[in-house]
Design a binder for this molecule. Structure first.
Ligand SMILES: Cc1cc2nc3c(=O)[nH]c(=O)nc-3n(C[C@H](O)[C@H](O)[C@H](O)COP(=O)(O)OP(=O)(O)OC[C@H]3O[C@@H](n4cnc5c(N)ncnc54)[C@H](O)[C@@H]3O)c2cc1C
Length: 297
């Protein structure tokens, strides 16, 4: 069945300041529009009915992907998944980020959907959230009072809810350099390849000799928001790597998950998927960081 869009007015701001002023003027009746791959579908299904769409795609400078002098990777909010998958700077900072960009939706969605929209939608299954949480990333948000930096771990408040102010626009994602020698990965389980995740995990680790110096684990689609599984991280961080500790960390991540039953999967099944994804991701990343010969022995 073909669904039509409800009536709306569309505005084309020429700058972030203008977009923010339009948001302030139209209040809850307005929504920012980037690629539209989330918002237009929600409008067709009458789940969101903004009267005014503020199309930010013509604002210059929001699509750049670059590395600052201090090594911070800066991704413009309008960079698409395809841009991120192809950007030469991205694998330097993180394989997980590139992997997330490569598995998000379909080719068409990757060509149109932006990272700003992916995070701005505040979905528990937002593909970019777990790798960015592991990388301690943050957002630059511009609003009527100017710019502010918002750490990503303070951004997600609940399904569809974020700490973004009512007239704020995400302008860029800032990714600090990973710890020296760190490796990371992103693993996702979905019914079909193009579907949003039933459960997903990003894992980052760095070794100090035989010990796991840093272990970061972030989970998607198994709680009201994407989150860092801090108890699971603590099981391994600072300890010599063993298969038993990897299994214990995966179990702890499972315990920290609070998935729901929905159309994509039952809660119990999702918890099992978390256990498997985290264990497999940890083995892969610890091996890449040079530390799990013992674990795999
Ligand atoms: C077939 C299909 C498959 C999909 N598969 C996946 C998947 O596997 N994984 C996944 O994570 N998602 C998936 N999606 C969802 C969606 O495509 C992505 O989340 C995409 O990155 C959204 O970006 P967009 O630019 O299209 O956002 P839009 O639809 O334009 O916007 C989404 C929301 O973010 C807000 N927003 C947009 N830009 C900004 C900004 N700069 N600042 C503040 N708020 C902003 C908008 O107001 C809106 O509320 C899928 C969608 C479809 C239709």
């Amino acid at each position: 069945m073909l669904l039509g869009l409800p009536d709306f007015e569309i505005l084309f701001p020429a700058s972030v300041g203008e977009a923010s002023a339009m948001l302030a003027e139209h209040g809850i009746e307005a929504k920012l529009l980037a690629g539209g791959s989330d918002l237009l579908i929600a409008m067709k299904h009458k789940k969101k009915l903004p009267r005014v769409l503020i199309n930010i795609k013509r604002i210059p400078g929001l699509k750049d992907i670059k590395t600052d002098a201090d090594g911070t990777l800066v991704i413009g909010a309008l960079a698409t998944s395809a841009d991120i998958a192809a950007a030469p700077d991205v694998p330097e900072a993180s394989s997980a980020l590139r992997q997330a960009a490569e598995v998000l939706g379909t080719t068409q969605i990757r060509n149109i959907g932006t990272i700003g929209g992916n995070l701005g939608n505040a979905s528990p299954s937002a593909e970019f959230a777990p790798p960015l949480l592991c990388l301690d990333a943050g957002l630059t948000c511009a609003g009527p009072d100017g710019e502010r930096f918002l750490p990503l771990d303070q951004f997600f408040l609940g399904p569809g809810r974020s700490a973004l102010g009512p007239a704020e626009v995400i302008t860029e994602i800032r990714v600090p350099p990973p710890p020296a020698g760190a490796a990371d990965t992103y693993v996702k389980h979905s019914l079909r390849r193009m579907d949003v995740a039933m459960a997903s995990a990003a894992i980052l680790a760095a070794m100090d000799g035989e010990r796991a110096a840093t272990v970061r684990i972030a989970l998607g689609a198994v709680a009201p928001t994407p989150f860092r599984a801090l108890k699971a991280e603590a099981v391994l961080s600072g300890h010599p790597v063993t298969e038993q500790l990897i299994a214990a960390a995966a179990e702890a991540a499972t315990d920290e998950s609070t998935p729901i039953d929905d159309i994509r999967g039952y809660a119990g099944y999702r918890r099992g998927v978390v256990r498997d994804l985290v264990a497999a991701g940890l083995r892969q990343v610890l091996a890449a960081a040079g530390g799990n010969e013992k674990a795999s022995a």
